[in-house]
Each structure stands twice: as structure tokens, then as C-alpha cells.
Design a protein. Sequence first.
Length: 320
Amino acid sequence: MLLDRERGWSVSFAGCGFLGVYHIGAATCLQERAPHVIRDARHIYGASAGALAGAVLVGGGSLGQRLRPARKRNLGPLHPSFNVIKIIRDGLMRNLPENTHQLSSGRLCISLTRVSDGKNALISNFNSKEEVVQALICSSFVPIYCGLIPPSFRGVRYVDGGISDNLPHYESKNTITVSPFAGECDICPKGNSANFHEMNVTNTSIQLSLGNLYRLTQALFPPEPKVLGEICEQGYSDALKFLKENALQEACKEQNGFCAQFSKLFPMRVISYLMLPYTLPVESAYSVALRTLNCIFQEHILYYCILQWYLNSIQVVLVI
């Protein structure tokens, strides 16, 4: 995909519930390897969890990870004491910057579903931080799952934007689409090549496969931290593959600065070889120590650290 700087481009994140951790990995990769893709995008579209990810990218928020309350009850997020909407609101109000409405207006486009007629609405203009938060809550509200009375935005009641348009502007050639479900999106897991069955669910391409069926259950009920870490890693690797296939990565390119050129000079290379007998034992000991720690802690601590590293990169609320 060649980015047209004259016509511009956009990025769209699909609604996906607790699989929003996939967006964390993908967005982290885009920011690290090709920051211009996010920085220069004209619009960031999103529905539900995708809208939360977009709000962080555009508004510069720092949303704390609040997944554990969803896992410590026997019924998970369906337990009466688990109030997902309150968790979202508290996190957004506490961590989004006060001028987030100014940063988001005209750039962040949140997908909502109007209760009165079931039609989609894209909200992109905000007068206050409260309006940004309220629009995100409406976009994340799944009827019954999140409650019985839908929230309202400017006096109109809305529910989850994924019900009417789960991936805004999916059909546009200038939109980079991101989804944790295997299908035809630009950044998504790769399904079985022998599987040619595909369906379009509220504007999202999804392959008919057992893998996607399993992902759907993960979207509603958060998996173990180890699995979340793997999903986050997959988002990163899928985004990196997209960047490489389309020649969009920046950080992957070889450095051409003064230090890089200086290090290539013959004297410096000779010095590095002469120092090898002294540095090799230290590096070897360090490597053995790391492998030993990995063997001891890999079952629990390692995956938790991986997950925390990704969460601290953009720190999106891991809820719908």
C-alpha cells in the first residue's frame, strides 16, 4: 500500500472487545517503526475497543490496565459487581489530557449506533473532554452485556458502534485497516490459506474458521495474561509484516548517521575484534544468566512482563 501524501490516508481500528490488546501491539509497531503513518494520518477511525485505541493515539492519553477485575470473579465480566462502563469512564477521565477534545476534533472519528433507528453515526467534533469520553462510552456499550439503559451523547442514545459499522471506511483504498480477526484487513492475523470462506460482518472482513470463533470468545471473556501477551505480540508482528511488505518502515532501515558510518571504519572494526577476548566471557555469562532466569520464570513472570511492556507503551484500557 503506497501512502498518497496528496490525498492523504487514514487508519481504522476494528471493534474487538478484550482483544483490544492486539491493537496495542499493532499501534506500538506503527509508532516505533513508521511513526509518520500515525502522525500524518488525516483520520483515526475506531469502533468500541478500536475507538479507545484511537483516542489514546490521537489524544495522547495514558490509560491504566484494568483487566484483573474482569478475571477475579467466577462469571468474569458478567459478574454483577463488574461495571465495565464505570471502569472505562474512570480511566478516561483520569488519564486523558484536558485538551483531548482539541486534539481529537476533526481527526478522531468514533463509530456509534443510534438506538432509535439502528443507523451508524461517525462523531468527530467535540466541545469538551467530557464529550470525548461520553462518545467513547457510547461506542463501547454492548446492550445487556454492559447494562440495560444505553448511554447518550448530546441527548441521543447510542450503543456499540460495531453493531452498525465495526470498521469505518473499510472499503476506502486510502485507509489502513487493523483487526484481530483473520480476514482481508491490511493488518490482521493470517488465516488458513485453504480456507476461502469469508463473510462481511458490519463492514469487517472475517474468515469462517475455528481460529476466528475462538478469538470471538476471547473478545467477550478475557483470556489468561500469557495468551494476552501472545495476542499483543501477534499485533506487533502483523503490523511489522505489513510495513515491510509495503516498504513503509523507517526504523527497520539501516542507520546512515555519523556514528553509524564511523563504526564502519576499518580501525574501529579492528578494535572491536581485539576487544572480543575480553567482552566475550562477559557477554556469555550474561546470556547464560538470562537463559537461566527465563527457564525459572517463563511460566508466569515472563509473559506478565511482556504484557506490561506493551501496555505501558500506549496503555489502552483492555475492555470493550
